[in-house]
Design a binder for this molecule. Structure first.
Ligand SMILES: [Zn+2]
Length: 100
């Protein structure tokens, strides 16, 4: 998965921001390790029509080893807070992770 690093201070972002917190507007894209851990998670039993076929499924806030956090879907066995996870793929802007 791609992360955007501030050219001035090195801070990493999941989505390219207009400004870094340090004020810089220069970013370079780089490949992330795709490794992280579960910061928070919950199981959904209701979802938009498009995702009803997948119910129930977990969503989680993942803290990447590279620093930033993102909201993602969990594939495979359920995870708990603190579990190590790895990035699987991105589909229509949704990142999928699985237990490492
Ligand atoms: Zn910066």
């Amino acid at each position: 998965m791609t992360l955007f690093h501030c050219s001035a201070c090195g801070k990493a972002y999941v989505a390219r921001p207009v400004y870094c917190r340090c004020g810089s507007q220069e970013f370079r894209a780089g490949e992330a390790s795709g490794k992280g851990c579960v910061y928070s998670c919950t199981t959904l039993y209701a979802a938009a029509e498009k995702f009803e076929k997948d119910l129930p499924f977990q969503i989680a806030i993942i803290e990447l080893d590279d620093g930033p956090r993102l909201t993602a879907r969990i594939s495979g066995r359920p995870v708990e807070i603190g579990d190590a996870v790895t990035h699987l793929h991105e589909q229509e802007g949704v990142h999928f992770f699985q237990a490492a």
